[in-house]
Design a protein around this ligand. Structure first.
Ligand code: NAD
Length: 284
């Protein structure tokens, strides 16, 4: 295997340690510890696992956490009221609404209600707009986690060709904006693209965020490219798969993320960093 592994578990562990030290120094200065609220609606098993991880992360770094597990039957109005209450709660710096929400809830309306200064997922239109205007405030967690991984490679990325596969509001689009902000020449491929292979083959950086195992065969990868696999698909046996055929791609790439243990832990640590940023902004 030629590629070096971007080990998100190890990199995020070091970053969590830094956050823990920051929380400790805040406490010794008499400042409030950062607080994160998570709203989990219904009983989606994957969401329950994600929220469990977030609670554990909060404990590890010393945050105050407020996890609310709400009924799948909650109304749009009740859920928006929970958000409004958390917007006013002075112990809470970050509000996270775990997606997906039940079909009767409009997720965009819920996210719109989050105070942008507490939007630690970075999904609010205000925060996406700030990123688009090159004045990032709270940045979308998964793209921010990917940028942390790229930083870890030590490769100067300004001027490189980057291809993002997937154009969702929460991942693909803000990912393209982050790479553009970093000075890359960005191509976005999506389900209507006619030559995704060509877009991948010319890229120095490939970020795949689709959720289709095997979508990117190793032969598509330009030798020496950095390959970041955001995709996570759980098979019938419970095993997780990325979009990229890892063994093949690792023969050609210079750096590659594993699934699991690549982007996932970086997304979580980016959210913790955003919560610290949100807490610090309250004091200034
Ligand atoms: P989504 O379903 O909202 O978007 C998928 C995107 O893929 C769409 O823009 C679609 O146009 C594109 N697409 C579909 N088929 C395609 C094809 N054949 N070729 C090219 N593009 C195609 O999904 P999402 O919420 O953006 O998540 C994408 C994946 O990333 C999922 O597997 C999800 O589980 C994973 N994810 C991982 C993390 C993490 O922290 N690792 C975070 C968020 C999402």
């Amino acid at each position: 295997m030629a590629a070096k592994i971007l080990n998100g578990n190890a990199i995020s562990k070091d970053l969590r340690q830094e956050i823990r030290q920051l929380v400790e120094s805040r406490t010794s200065e008499g400042l409030r510890i950062p607080g994160l609220a998570v709203l989990l609606v219904g009983n989606d098993p994957a969401s329950e696992i994600y929220v469990k991880h977030k609670r554990r992360d909060c404990e590890e770094v010393g945050f105050h956490s407020n996890v609310q597990h709400l009924s799948a039957n909650i109304t749009q109005e009740e859920l928006e009221k929970r958000v409004a209450d958390l917007n006013r709660d002075t112990h809470i710096d970050g509000i996270l609404v775990q997606l997906p929400l039940p079909a009767h809830i409009d997720p965009a309306r819920v996210i719109d209600r989050i105070d942008p200064a507490k939007d630690v997922d970075g999904h609010h239109p205000y925060n996406i707009g700030r990123l688009a205007l090159r004045r990032p405030a709270l940045r979308s967690c998964t793209p921010k986690g990917v940028m942390l991984l790229l930083e870890h490679t030590g490769v100067p990325i300004r001027g490189l060709d980057a291809t993002v596969i997937g154009a969702s509001n929460h991942v693909g689009r803000p990912m393209g904006l982050e790479l553009l902000l970093a000075g890359c020449t960005v191509t976005t491929a999506h389900k209507f693209s006619r030559d995704t292979r060509g877009a991948v083959a010319s890229a120095d950086i490939v970020v795949s965020a689709v959720g289709k195992p095997g979508l990117i065969p190793g032969q598509w990868i330009k030798p020496g490219a950095i390959v970041i696999d955001v995709g996570i698909t759980r098979d019938a046996a419970g095993k997780l798969h990325g979009d990229v055929v890892f063994d093949e791609a690792a023969e050609r790439a210079s750096w590659i993320t594993p699934v699991p243990g690549g982007v996932g832990p970086m997304t979580r640590v980016a959210m913790l960093q955003n919560t610290v940023t949100a807490a610090e902004r309250v004091e200034h």
